[in-house]
Design a binder for this molecule. Structure first.
Ligand SMILES: [Zn+2]
Ligand SMILES: [Zn+2]
Length: 283
């Protein structure tokens, strides 16, 4: 018998469509087995996990919420913007997401040519085998490095070659938070600032509300109790939706964090859906 999740909804999960280790369908089944009632699929810069997750959810009493996590850059800090309930047919969102995917691939090729200088010979195709979806990233390069015996484990691969400041590090092209928020709003989605406690960003939140931000991720494994209390109070004061989730990537990738370890109750899912309804009628 699996340990039951403490929450009804986990609004932050990654699948093999980006850098998670479980397929979208497996994530939905796992969430269901833990007693979750709703789960959001929020892969980095891709919506490719939605379809499979929804197909599996159709035969289970669990709701899949369409989401995405857009990685952005703000004053040399990486800021993540979650988007919920976006319209898939939104042309500008899809084309911009595709452009980000292409730029990810170019970056990986640059990393691989730098690795060659250290006599580490890994082909793009080998890395692609690990990136089962489209959202290729450094974790997939790390897996290839370990598999070919150039490092003992994932952490060593990152520390020696891939981390910021390491010899094969290549910065990634990113949107600004403002661009990501507008992109999500254009697709009639709800933009939410992901784990602000991890980057210690409080002051900028007001700025981004002007851009259209509608929520803050209050509950997240990297938030202390004090962080969650502070952001919850902030969300209340500013009229933002207070979301939460485990940022689950699969146990082999982020150890110690299980699906449903952080989350919210279904009332928050209702709040997101009500906001979405407003868009449909008032846009
Ligand atoms: Zn994140
Ligand atoms: Zn995440």
């Amino acid at each position: 018998m699996k340990k039951k999740a403490r929450f009804q909804a986990d609004l932050h999960c990654h699948t093999t469509a980006s850098d998670g280790s479980l397929r979208p369908g497996e994530i939905v089944e796992l969430a269901y087995s833990k007693g979750l009632k709703a789960i959001a699929i929020t892969d980095h810069d891709t919506i490719d996990g939605w379809q499979e997750a929804e197909e599996v959810a159709n035969r289970l009493p669990i709701k899949v919420i369409r989401g995405v996590e857009v990685n952005t850059d703000w004053q040399k800090r990486e800021i993540h913007i979650l988007g919920y309930l976006l319209d898939e047919e939104s042309g500008s969102f899809n084309s911009r997401i595709k452009e980000l995917q292409e730029k990810r691939k170019i970056r990986i090729k640059e990393i691989l040519s730098k690795l060659k200088l250290f006599k580490i010979d890994i082909t793009f195709e080998e890395v692609m085998q690990y990136a089962k979806g489209n959202s290729i990233g450094r974790p997939h390069v790390a897996q290839a490095i370990v598999h070919k015996g150039y490092a003992r484990d994932f952490r060593e691969a990152f520390d020696n070659y891939l981390r910021i400041g390491s010899p094969a590090y290549v910065p990634r092209y990113k949107l600004t938070p403002t661009e990501a928020i507008r992109l999500i709003r254009d697709a009639k989605g709800i933009p939410v600032l992901a784990h602000p406690g991890a980057q210690r960003i409080d002051k900028e939140i007001n700025l981004w509300i002007e851009d259209g931000l509608q929520g803050i991720e209050v509950y997240h494994p990297e938030h202390s109790c004090e962080d969650s209390l502070r952001y919850n109070a902030m969300a209340e004061k500013l009229g933002l939706i207070a979301t939460g989730g485990s940022d689950f990537h699969g146990k082999s990738i982020k150890t110690g964090i299980d699906i449903g370890d952080k989350g919210v109750n279904l009332e928050v899912v209702d709040q997101l859906e009500r906001l979405k309804q407003k868009y449909i009628y008032n846009y």
